[in-house]
Design a protein around this ligand. Structure first.
Ligand code: TYD
Ligand code: MG
Length: 393
């Protein structure tokens, strides 16, 4: 009871999307780890962010990946070359800490945690012990001085943060930068956040002059087809606090293999196998001799079960070669008994769909709102068979 629990102050980063993912801004003394594939835009985002912050607070950007000239060139391209941001090209963590203690920045970026090393250990930079000890020193700096520290981390081919898992435990917030191959849109997701909701999403677009925020992401992820096409279903996901309209596409094709392929992009592959079993048992539709490909358009990785029903609707639509109604959306979790289970935030999802011009929805019966949503016909369903009947007409 005696511990002060005043809400922690926040520094706004100048980007509403980044602030949202952080849970309302950067917390002084916190440590944020940001991971993502090479070239996705981590350095770009952080240089822009820090430059914006440096208008109000001292800020320091330490890079072990690029030379000062390279960072300066990038700064010119981003139009932030005249900001008061301090830069250093340095790989010795003791030097970075010493500079931070001298300059007292409100925010310090270390790009990347794999390139810095400490003299205290003999092992090579990038080794587990080095990454861990260097990160430890930067965490201590954050906690003792109140500087917010942002660490860039490399990801492995499998998409996990390289280096020891222990990094994720040491820091307050873990963010991942994700994108579809070749797409200019980038999604920043909070995987862990001691100061806000996990799974919160921020959306950015890469342009010639750096990353821009996307304020209304539903409208970009949704490519409204001129005509309804088979194998496409629109659903409303709720990542973090914001509903988002997404399209899930399926392609079902006769397989030449004894073990037909089940391939997913943006959805869990084992979930698809489970859903196809439910479809066979409770929808009476077998896909045993078919290859099934399912893709969530736009490079968003959906981690919630609300995509179950639309994914199966897309599969069935492709299998039958019949499009779903063009202005309809669906969402809902499927149970192994063939029941359609409710998902959180049903009404909010329906409102988002109505806002974008959808006029009908197939949703779990328990998600049907008490009050009517104007312009939207909501069908509540309890069983998979019932849902497929409404969706396929
Ligand atoms: P970068 O921030 O260097 O990625 P990371 O630090 O995650 O490895 O991003 C580099 C990519 O972004 C590179 O392919 C070029 C592109 N880019 C733009 O399209 N516009 C820009 O204004 C900048 C600075 C980079
Ligand atoms: Mg970089």
């Amino acid at each position: 009871a005696e511990v002060s629990t005043a809400p922690e102050p926040r520094l706004t980063t100048g980007s509403a999307e980044l602030d949202r993912v952080l849970g309302g801004g950067l917390v002084p003394g916190s440590v944020v780890l940001i991971g993502g594939d090479p070239g996705i835009g981590k350095s770009t985002l952080l240089l822009q962010t820090l430059a914006a912050l440096s208008r109000h607070y001292p800020a320091l950007y330490a890079t072990g990946e690029e030379s000062l000239q390279q960072v300066a060139l990038r700064g010119q391209r981003l139009g932030v070359a005249d900001e008061a941001l301090k830069l250093m090209a340095e790989t010795a963590v003791e030097e970075v800490v010493a500079s931070a203690q001298q300059l007292h920045p409100q925010a310090l970026v270390v790009d990347s945690v794999q390139t810095v090393h400490t003299a205290a250990l003999g092992s090579a930079p990038g080794s587990v012990a080095q990454v861990r000890e260097s990160a430890g020193q930067l965490v201590r700096l954050a906690k003792t001085t109140g500087t917010a520290v942002i660490l860039v981390g490399h990801v492995t081919k499998e998409g996990a943060l390289a280096g020891p898992r222990v990094l994720e435990h040491m820091v307050d917030t873990v963010l991942y930068f994700e994108s579809d191959q070749g797409s200019r849109y980038r999604v920043l997701r909070a995987a862990k956040n001691r100061f806000g909701a996990a799974n919160e999403l921020g959306v950015f677009a890469m342009a010639d002059d750096g990353l821009r925020q996307v304020r209304n992401p539903s409208s970009i992820f949704l490519s409204r087809h001129e005509q309804a096409v088979p194998g496409s279903a629109v659903f409303v996901t709720r990542e973090g606090s914001r509903p988002l309209l997404l399209e899930v596409q399926a392609l079902v094709a006769d397989s030449a293999l004894s073990q037909p392929r089940r391939v997913t992009v943006g959805l869990d592959a084992s979930r698809l196998a489970l859903l196809l079993a439910v479809l066979q048992r409770h929808g009476g539709v077998a896909t045993a001799g078919e290859d099934v490909f399912v893709n969530v358009v736009g490079g968003v990785r959906v981690q919630e079960t609300a995509a179950d029903l639309p994914a199966l609707a897309a599969v069935l639509s492709s299998l039958r070669d019949r499009p779903l109604a063009r202005d309809s959306v669906a969402f809902g979790e499927l149970g192994l008994a063939g029941e359609v289970r409710p998902v959180p935030g049903g009404e909010e999802r329906l409102r988002e769909a109505a806002k974008h011009g959808f006029t009908s929805a197939v949703v779990p019966a328990k998600n049907v709102p008490r009050r009517r949503i104007s312009g939207m016909a909501v069908h509540g369903v309890q069983r998979l068979a019932e849902a497929l009947e409404v969706l396929m007409g």
